[in-house]
Ligand binder design. Sequence first.
Ligand SMILES: Cc1cc2nc3c(=O)[nH]c(=O)nc-3n(C[C@H](O)[C@H](O)[C@H](O)COP(=O)(O)OP(=O)(O)OC[C@H]3O[C@@H](n4cnc5c(N)ncnc54)[C@H](O)[C@@H]3O)c2cc1C
Length: 425
Amino acid sequence: MPKSITAPSYYQATATPFPAHPPLMGDVSADVCIVGAGYTGLSAALELAEAGHRVVVLEAETVGHGASGRNGGQICTGFSSGQEKIEAQLGREDARRCFALAEESKRLLVERVDRHQIDCNLRWGYLHALPKPNRLDGLREWKEEWDELGYTDTQILSKAELEEKLGTSAYHGALREGGAGHFHPLNYCLGLARAAAAAGASIHEHSPAIEVNTSSQPFVRTAKGKVKAKFVIIACNAYLGRLVPKLYGKVMPVTSYIIATEPLGENRARALIRDGEAVADTNFIVDYFRITSDTRMLFGGRASYTTLEPADLGAYMRPRMTKIFPQLSDARIDYAWGGFIAITYNRIPDCGRLSATTYYAHGYSGQGVALAGIYGKLMAEAVRGTAERFDLLSRVRHMPFPGGPIRVPMLAAAMLFYRLKDALN
Ligand SMILES: Cc1cc2nc3c(=O)[nH]c(=O)nc-3n(C[C@H](O)[C@H](O)[C@H](O)COP(=O)(O)OP(=O)(O)OC[C@H]3O[C@@H](n4cnc5c(N)ncnc54)[C@H](O)[C@@H]3O)c2cc1C
């Protein structure tokens, strides 16, 4: 396991105090056992507990240990795959319904922040910045696609207009969204957990599931206990490992890295991103950045299919940031960490049933901050007997990744291909 995955992140250092939840000891019964306490699992847990179901959540480490507690905090629109691939599979009308669900996922997030008073520095505004000249047409097409889908809170910015907003001349224009933004991802995750626990869900940390039985009387076993349930939900995303062999080839873990500088002060921060939006470039291997509520530059990017990582992650990531913002060359890097993104072959999330009693959702392909919430909610809906919306999403077909010794080299080669493509396009 790369050491960045356990390196203390900026988010941990600024986390809202959260009570420890004891490991599972002994045998218990529940209506639903959920494996994994990230956004997917906790969203399902909250929904089910609020509806009066007995819910047990098992988390291998601590709440938010996975991607939900270490991501870029960027709340995105739609799916990482884009609409075209979904439309090719499901047809135009159903693809539109999928987009509507992605829009609902953002509203769900806001509603939960409000209703459960989750203090997570939620902020709106998002810039998709163009790293190559003469590509504004691509952004216009993107805008038209979203307009046509009914999402119109967007605007094309020329290079000159963008330079008014960003303290860099590295980009050649942008698509600005008002309906996307950023927040403190771990504090949102802890807030969801607090809300789920308040609604009656039992959360057990340091309780890795070691066996999942998907029969008509399913159960999940840990080293020190067992949960017998009517339903099981698997919500481990890139951290699943080989727990459920049928899911192993469905997603591929990819490491992404983030650094956070020292606090820059309001003036210096505003000179970098004037209006405090989240920013991501339009490359396949994305650079993403934003200013935190305490005025640090939080800069993420790179992707690796191997578990090899640089000895000094901060030094490794810094040139990427200073290429965009040379004025940060003297800024101290206070935090550097990483996490696993689960990608699918087609970059559309994968969800479904392993049996009549066992559901799963994963593979948001780097865009799960909002989406994971709706997938969790739809699994809860399905467990409660209304599966129409879950079934729509689960109709998407996925190619499995190869197993065995060629898995990592093949994907490392694919990554090299995309790096070259980003460099040439
Ligand atoms: C560095 C990074 C940056 C990202 N940036 C963004 C971004 O800016 N915007 C965006 O939209 N998305 C982003 N993502 C993706 C996003 O964070 C994820 O899609 C989302 O958090 C997935 O949530 P999840 O609950 O499905 O999975 P996770 O949050 O990964 O949760 C899975 C949980 O399952 C637990 N688990 C695993 N195995 C077991 C077991 N055997 N028993 C019990 N528990 C187990 C893990 O410990 C983990 O806590 C990023 C991801 C990373 C890693």
